[in-house]
Design a protein. Structure first.
Length: 343
């Protein structure tokens, strides 16, 4: 009997040790702390707590769904050693292009969606081809493409919004409702894609290759991975996710605005980095990125509820990125020291 109790105590202790040492534990604890802090501050300032109401939770999930879809593919890109600064303006280009075809040429929703996917993947493959076949930095190449997408966006719109009210309604339909808590298609899409990408990254050969290429390209090549084609594939997948996020936001807004994706790359990269993905590549995970997306969404939402100027959100995001990078840096130093001691 005592032996059984001892075994249970040991297993419980080892379980807590595994949880505590998990990569996502620090960011998850930060998320919980921010949640509690937001609730306490709102109660003190306003005497009530609307932050955890069903309606507000639904709003937060809806707001983070687009950024979350972006973050899933950006995590893969960054783990493989790349980065894409063009995603925000590519969203504007794809979104306004879809709105233009629907409004001016009366294209059917299905045709517009098919073209958006093809264009997004095509442009990303062109960028991926340049990055994978040259020694140019992804940062610089994607910066160039960002400017190209910005130009295309303003050529399409002439700086004006294109309204498509009543179109692509299926992408914002309600899946189910419990009182004020509403789950719509964008939220379901985000959750489904999260599970799919997590399973692929964690349990398939493709996922292992993402880490191998980001960790050491030469070693990956020596074990038989076609690094150039694999990087090209990653950017192609990124294009698919960009098209999904673009059409989801367009449906929700009902308007193709030139600035609909402006600054989105900052939110996405911030969420991915805060979630533990290394800017140098080779490390990171999907659930960390998801927690990072939710964390930034909660901070933004809490500041809005408290009536704080939205400009503070930029400061908070910047501080979070710096904090996350510092944590990653010192964590890396600690790992190196441990490996030297073991050796």
């Amino acid at each position: 009997m005592n032996e059984q109790k001892g075994v249970k105590a040991i297993s419980r202790s080892s379980f807590f040790k595994r949880v505590w040492s998990h990569d996502n534990t620090p960011i998850f604890l930060v998320l919980l702390s921010v949640l509690i802090l937001a609730i306490v501050i709102e109660y003190i300032v306003k005497g009530q707590v609307n932050f955890v109401s069903g309606m507000n939770i639904s709003n937060v999930l809806l707001q983070v769904s687009v950024t979350g879809i972006f973050a899933l593919s950006m995590t893969m890109v960054m783990i493989s050693g790349g980065i894409d600064l063009s995603i925000g303006w590519m969203m504007s280009f794809v979104g306004t292009g879809m709105a233009f075809l629907i409004k001016s040429h009366d294209w059917a929703d299905g045709s517009v969606i098919f073209l958006a996917i093809a264009v997004s993947i095509g442009f990303q493959l062109i960028m991926g081809l340049i990055i994978s076949r040259t020694k140019l930095e992804p940062f610089i190449v994607s910066l160039g493409f960002m400017s190209i997408y910005r130009g295309f966006t303003y050529l399409i719109t002439n700086g004006r919004e294109i309204t498509i009210i009543g179109k692509m309604e299926f992408l914002k339909a309600v899946v189910f409702r419990i009182d004020q808590f509403v789950v719509t298609v964008p939220i379901v899409l985000f959750l489904m894609l999260t599970v799919i990408v997590w399973l692929v990254i964690k349990y398939t050969k493709f996922g292992r290759r993402v880490y191998a290429v980001g960790g050491n390209e030469n070693a990956a090549y020596l074990v038989g991975i076609n690094v150039k084609n694999f990087k090209l594939l990653i950017y192609g997948i990124n294009g698919l996710f960009i098209s999904i996020a673009s059409m989801t936001l367009l449906s929700r807004l009902g308007t193709g605005a030139p600035t609909m994706g402006s600054g989105e790359e900052i939110d996405v990269i911030a969420a991915v980095v805060v979630g533990g993905t290394s800017l140098a590549g080779g490390s990171g995970n999907i659930w960390g990125a998801v927690i990072g997306v939710v964390l930034l969404g909660i901070i933004s939402n809490a500041l809005n509820i408290l009536g704080v100027s939205p400009h503070w959100q930029y400061i908070m995001k910047g501080l979070l990125i710096i904090f996350a990078v510092l944590i990653g840096y010192y964590s890396g130093l600690r790992t190196v020291k441990k490996s030297k001691k073991t050796a």
